[in-house]
Design a protein around this ligand. Sequence first.
Ligand code: DSN
Length: 415
Amino acid sequence: MVYETVRDADPTVADALAGERRRQENTLAMIASENHVSEAVMAAQGSELTNNYAEGYPGERYYGGCEFADDVEIAAIERAKELWGAEHVNVQPHSGSQANMGVYLAVLDPGDKILSLDLTHGGHLSHGHPANFAGQTYEVEQYEVDPETGYVDYEGLREHAEAFDPDIIVSGYSAYPREVEWERIQEAADAVDAYHLADIAHITGLVAAGVHESPVGVADFVTGSTHKTIRAGRGGIIMCDEEYADDVDSAVFPGAQGGPAMHNVAGKAVGFKEALTPEFEAYARQTVANARALADQLHEHGFEIVSGGTDTHLVLVDLRPSHPDTTGGTAEDALERAGVVLNANTVPGETRSPFDPSGIRAGTPGLTTRGFDEAACREVADLIARVVDAPEDDATIEGVATRVDELTDEFPLYE
Ligand code: DSN
């Protein structure tokens, strides 16, 4: 185990690493943006490539000693092209946010206009929140989901685009459970001659497996992170047509970043290879089937599911109608005590503070990796309902925690 190697050098960190491994083994990881990567991906990320400086791109590095870094980066790029069908891929962004920064730097000037989904409706900080570089560098207006349906208000988006005349429209979301209609967003972008950036951070794996429509070939730019549904370890990725390749590459390096984290690029390469298998496609399908089962069973328990269900890996619950006195934070805390780890989340039409919002967001990528099926996810919904119905009741929490222990034993994470 990696933390045994660390122990002699640093018992404090070794204890924390061992504790984190136990925590992941013994709890249900339902943060929709998390997953469990394979031991092979972790080994690649923990490799000697962490020592290497590979500023530049394969065959065109600024330093010597990049022969094996080139092999790794070329493998990651080729596999990504096969997975998503993109003409050009940059695998160097350190994260999904840095991937978005790379695209903005490639085609926008400071003060240019971004039209993106509001954070409380499922958007992302890097799409232009005032607390983020994007909101501070560009002029941002935001579209919303339809308050009745919970689906993106595509008509409203188009009208907003015509009024605002943005330079780029951002689609792809962090807390949106429905299939995104890329073509409709592209139509709005075409109508105002704007670029279209589709950020598929959450659904990279679903798109790669063909379980969600792909924006590649529709949007000008597709960005993502590599540690969520695609299970390839921490990092980001940018995909685009060849015509934007040079601008994107120089925006990432030297524009936004210095040397790439080649150990993470190695993790991406290994994870992408795993994702090219039929087993991964089955995994992605099961992830969505599990999310549907979870949403359906939560609905049976009286929870309000935003948009009425899900087409993806995540379920967004608005607690206000069913549990008006329970905030997302209260639910999150009680569930964590019971071993179910998910996050409080804002919901469309939010009336509380983002620090203790009205909803919870739950995802199935992690559970599906450890083998959960629909029946097991329905039972997880039963456990969530028991806790959220009685968040202060220690006996209830203890009872659910006992069952979580049994489930995590039944579906072990690592051999
Ligand atoms: N923080 C991630 C999420 O939870 O959706 C997105 O970056």
